[in-house]
Structure formats: structure tokens, C-alpha cells
Design a protein around this ligand. Structure first.
Ligand SMILES: *Cc1c(COP(=O)(O)O)cnc(C)c1O
Length: 411
């Protein structure tokens, strides 16, 4: 698997900003955006990677945004998005978002029936879209399956007629139908959404202007995985759009809502090997990044490809890559259930850089301060030129909102 930026640049940036370090190549995001241009609207799911400069860059490409918290909305506004470019998708209104919506108008995509009355009470708008749970879902892991009875997401498909009536009584116009069945899904499941969305669109036809097909498009995480057949995906959805338009006798806007697909492949998590050791039969490579920087292996048993620049094929042997955190789950080579999975990697030594691939999505955005480690720095590269887009967090940043009880009481 190719590294998304040149090795010389990786070395230079690691030297300049230290490790662990996230590096993103904007040009790769640009290619993924281009893959989806046949949709009328590309709406980026901010939660995949919410870095301010990255959002700003994505917005510059004419991509709108889907947000799932009030803070994501405010971050998008800070990145230059206008309120009309933002959609808020949720299964409930918490008090923070309710207060915000009373003052500012942002389009909402409702995932639960009770939100209808609550939305009317906010007096912020009259048009809403509905997120429908089509009765099935699929993701790369059970934890990211967002459809079916066991998913908390969306309005159950069988409730749609009643919900449409309820909306009508409240004077709300349902202008769109949305379905998002899971993250990192596959072609078969994403195709099943086409029929479900058509059915729902026919029911909601009166004020319908938009369908959103959701995100969930997968990316290849393993070097032998085939890329997603995105041309086929677009063609299928265009055909579905035509069918819906013919049935309704009007044109509609078709939105796609990718997170992972746009940003996963552009990113690298660069860390440094700090030592090697063997515990019985298991060989460990110890690096200075942990699941505070990338939680997907610990959380989902997710595979992330690992390469060691400058040590391409010498002395390959099965090795486990582990981080500095005080927890056994702090391993980048593990399967679902937390079983370590030694991986054939070149022999390495302290001081080598180690790259963890596909670290652009659900990586920095899921990072934490566990073990009081600071959030790592982020660099955005465009046409080979690198810019620091987030400084490494300082201890002072980390403590800035904590209260020292003793000091507070001695005043
Ligand atoms: C997370 C999410 C997405 C994006 O999912 P990906 O698998 O990253 O494409 C899209 N829409 C909604 C509502 C989401 O919550």
C-alpha cells in the first residue's frame, strides 16, 4: 500500500513537529470528492475528521456538511460554512442544540418521532427531512450498524405514514427522506437502500425535494482489498433518482453523505519505534502512539495497514505493534475481541518511523487524553506543500478547564 505522501516529507515533518503526528494529503480527498460528483450534493459527515483547516479545504471544493452535535455545527461555522450549507442529523434534541436552534436556523434531519413536536416548539423553521430506519443495516462492525431493530437510529420505516400525518398536523413540510444504514458497509447492503428509499419517497411525495442516500461507503484497509466500485454505485443511484422523479413527476436533489470515503485514505499516523522486545514467542514493536491517537483497532478490532519507511522487505517476521498506554488493549495489530494478531513486518529498531495507514477518518476525531497524553499535531499537505493545522496540545491546554480544588479553597 503506497504511503499518501513521500517518505522524504514524512521524515521532514516528523523531525519538525515530532511524533505521533497525523499527516493528511488534501489531493487524495480531492480525488475522492471527484468520484462522487454525479450526485447533486456531496455532504461531508464532519465526525469522520473535524479539523478546522480540513473542513475549510473541503468546503472550498463545494462540499456541504452534515453535523451531529451543536459543537460540530459551531465548528463548521468557524471553518467558514454558512448555516444554509449545514444539516443537523440526530435522534434527539439535547438542551444545547435546542437553545442554538431557537437563535439560529440550521436544517434538521429528524431521527425520532418526538422530535416533530419539539421542533415545532423551537419555532425555527417549517421544513424538515426525516431519517428513516429501513429495517436493516450493515457496517464494518456491529457497533457501527445504524439500521434494523437493534439500532437506535432513525424513524422506523413502518411508522412513516403515521409520522407524515403527525408532521402535517403540526404544519411541518417533510422535504426530504434520508437513510444511513451504517459505516463501512458494502455494495450489496448499500444497494438494498435504493428500494427502501424509493418506497419512502413515494409516501412522502407531497413536499419532497431531496433524497439523501447516506454515507457508509467503504475504503480498502488491507492492501489486497479491492477499491469500492464507486462508478457503479453512482450509476445505480442515478437510475434510482430517475425512477423516483418519473413517479413523482418532478425533479429532486440527490445527496450523498460520506465521511470515511472522503478522508480515510488521505491520512497517516506517523509514530516512532522506541524499542523492540520478545515476550516468550511474541515479538513486540513498541511505538510512541497509542489508542489515544487511533482507537479503531482497540474498539472494533479494525485492521490498519502498517509500513516502516526505509525497511521495505528486510528480515520480515511476525510482530505485534503496541503503544505506550497502561492498558493491554493498546495494540494496533489485533482482531475483534482483543486477540493480538502478529503481522509480518520488517525488522526494525528504536528511532525508525512507523506509519499507520488510512488514518484520516475516525482517528484524530476519536482521540482522547487517556493517560494524560496530549492530542497529537496534525499537518495538511497540498501539492507537496505542508502546513501545520493543529499544534500538539500542551499540558496547559489540557488543564485549562480543570479546577484545582485546594487552590480554589485557599483563596
Ligand atoms: C457517520 C455518519 C455518516 C458517515 O458515515 P461514513 O461511514 O463515514 O460514510 C453519514 N451520515 C450520518 C447521519 C452519520 O451519522
Amino acid at each position: 500500500m503506497d504511503r499518501p505522501v513521500a517518505d522524504s516529507l514524512i521524515n521532514e515533518l516528523a523531525e519538525q513537529y515530532g511524533t505521533p503526528l497525523y499527516i493528511y494529503n488534501a489531493n487524495i480527498i480531492g480525488e475522492r470528492i471527484a468520484d462522487l460528483r454525479r450526485f447533486d450534493v456531496i455532504r461531508y459527515a464532519e465526525k469522520a475528521n473535524a479539523n478546522l483547516s480540513l473542513l475549510n479545504w473541503i468546503r472550498d471544493q463545494g462540499v456541504t456538511i452534515d453535523t451531529v452535535s451543536v459543537w460540530e455545527i459551531e465548528r463548521a461555522l468557524k471553518a467558514g460554512y454558512t448555516a444554509s450549507e449545514i444539516v443537523f442529523t440526530a435522534d434527539l434534541f439535547d438542551h444545547h442544540i435546542s437553545k442554538f436552534l431557537r437563535e439560529y436556523h440550521v436544517h434538521v434531519n429528524l431521527g425520532s418521532p418526538d422530535m416533530l413536536e419539539q421542533y415545532t416548539q423551537l419555532k425555527t423553521g417549517r421544513e424538515v427531512t426525516l431519517r428513516i430506519n429501513p429495517g436493516f443495516g450493515h457496517g464494518h462492525d456491529r457497533k457501527v450498524n445504524t439500521g434494523g431493530e437493534e439500532s437506535k437510529h432513525g424513524i422506523w420505516h413502518e411508522s412513516l405514514p403515521a409520522v407524515l400525518k403527525r408532521a402535517g398536523k403540526l404544519g411541518l413540510k417533510v422535504t426530504g427522506i434520508h437513510m444511513h444504514i451504517g459505516s463501512g458497509s458494502d455494495f450489496t447492503h448499500l444497494s438494498r437502500v435504493r428500494e427502501a428509499i424509493s418506497k419512502a419517497a413515494f409516501m412522502a411525495k407531497e413536499h419532497l425535494t431531496t433524497i439523501s442516500v447516506g454515507g457508509g461507503l467503504p475504503v480498502p484497509y488491507r492492501p489486497d482489498e479491492k477499491p469500492f466500485d464507486v462508478a457503479h454505485y453512482c450509476a445505480d443511484w442515478l437510475a434510482t433518482k430517475k425512477t423516483i422523479e418519473a413517479e413523482l413527476g418532478k425533479s429532486i436533489n440527490m445527496e450523498v453523505e460520506p465521511g470515511r470515503y472522503l478522508v480515510a485514505e488521505c491520512g497517516l499516523l506517523v509514530c516512532e519505534v522506541r524499542g523492540i522486545k520478545s515476550s516468550g514467542a511474541v515479538n513486540y514493536i513498541l511505538v510512541d502512539a497509542g489508542f489515544d491517537n487511533l482507537i479503531r483497532p482497540a474498539m472494533y478490532g479494525a485492521y490498519h495497514h502498517i509500513t516502516i519507511p526505509g525497511r521495505a522487505s528486510a528480515g520480515i517476521k511476525p510482530q505485534v505493534v503496541a503503544g505506550p498506554l497502561c492498558e493491554s488493549a493498546d495494540v494496533f495489530t489485533q482482531t475483534k475481541g482483543g486477540y493480538i494478531e502478529p503481522r509480518p513486518l520488517p525488522e526494525t529498531q528504536a528511532g525508525d518511523l512507523l506509519c499507520i495507514h488510512n488514518a484520516g477518518a475516525y482517528t484524530a476525531s476519536m482521540a482522547s487524553n487517556y493517560n494524560s497524553r496530549p492530542l497529537a499535531a496534525e499537518v495538511l499537505v497540498e501539492n507537496g506543500a505542508a502546513r501545520l493545522v493543529r499544534q500538539r496540545q500542551s499540558l496547559e491546554d489540557m488543564l485549562s478547564n480543570e479546577i484545582d480544588y485546594l487552590q480554589a479553597n485557599s483563596r
